[in-house]
Design a protein around this ligand. Structure first.
Ligand SMILES: [Zn+2]
Length: 243
């Protein structure tokens, strides 16, 4: 079988246990994800279901070596990876299809497989229709603030308390303040600079030069902000349309 949105690198898979109620050792229990192996019961690399930010990448006694990704208000988890195979760290941005690790049998399992699950608004849902492409994550979760947070993470900043949650708050303001160097955003932050360049309408190259600074000053003048060419909290709030 092949999914439209695969979580295995080679694409083809076999379901060994679907989502839903199941009987294990005589007990009825809810299985809140889907268990799969590669085609012909082989092992395979595990890839990200969608773009997101790594929320957790660690070892736990039941889930084994696992990764949890934040996609806005949706989360995906990849359990029982091979020991030492995880390729991502918490806080890192990942792309759909990016390798997260290799299938294994760590944690509470009887054999090697990938347990994949999806949480939407804090509740597990059947992953099958999402893997098949019948259902999709709500695109509204990928808002401008989240794009800003992801850009800041790519530039090396962290949001330890709330992550890239798509909401503008004190943690965002702290990062916005830190990103400003002498009268301009530091050259070290190309992803944030690209967002500024898109907003003020200059060439998007990630380098905050004279043209960008002049365009920022004009933008600030037109929007009733202090025209200093320095993109701090107030200018960001205007760009992102937050109060
Ligand atoms: Zn499972």
């Amino acid at each position: 079988m092949e999914y439209k949105n695969p979580v295995l690198k080679k694409g083809k898979h076999k379901v060994t246990s679907p989502y839903g109620m199941r009987t294990i050792f005589g007990k009825r229990k809810m299985h809140n994800g889907i268990d799969i192996v590669g085609e012909g019961s082989t092992l395979d690399y595990i890839v990200a279901f969608a773009d997101g930010i790594v929320k957790i990448s660690k070892n736990s006694s039941s889930a084994g070596e696992y990764v949890e990704l934040n996609h806005g208000s949706c989360y995906t988890r990849y359990l029982h990876m091979k020991k030492g195979s995880r390729t991502v760290k918490a806080g890192q941005a990942v792309k759909k299809g990016q390798v997260l690790g290799y299938m294994g049998a760590t944690g509470n399992v009887t054999g090697a497989h990938l347990h994949f699950d999806i949480k939407i608004n804090n509740e597990f849902v059947d992953p099958a229709p999402y893997l098949n492409g019948e259902k999709e994550f709500n695109k509204a979760d990928f808002n401008v603030v989240r794009e800003w947070q992801v850009s800041a993470i790519l530039d090396g900043f962290e949001f330890p308390k709330f992550g890239a949650d798509g909401k503008w708050g004190a943690e965002c303001e702290g990062v916005a303040k830190k990103a400003v160097g002498k009268k301009r955003i530091s050259y070290k932050y190309p992803y944030l600079t690209k967002l500024i360049q898109k907003a003020v309408g200059v060439k998007v190259d990630g380098k905050f030069g004279k043209d960008t600074k002049n365009a920022v000053i004009l933008y600030q003048r037109n929007n009733g902000l202090k025209p200093d060419g320095c993109v701090g909290v107030n200018t960001w709030k205007k760009i992102l349309g937050v109060k």
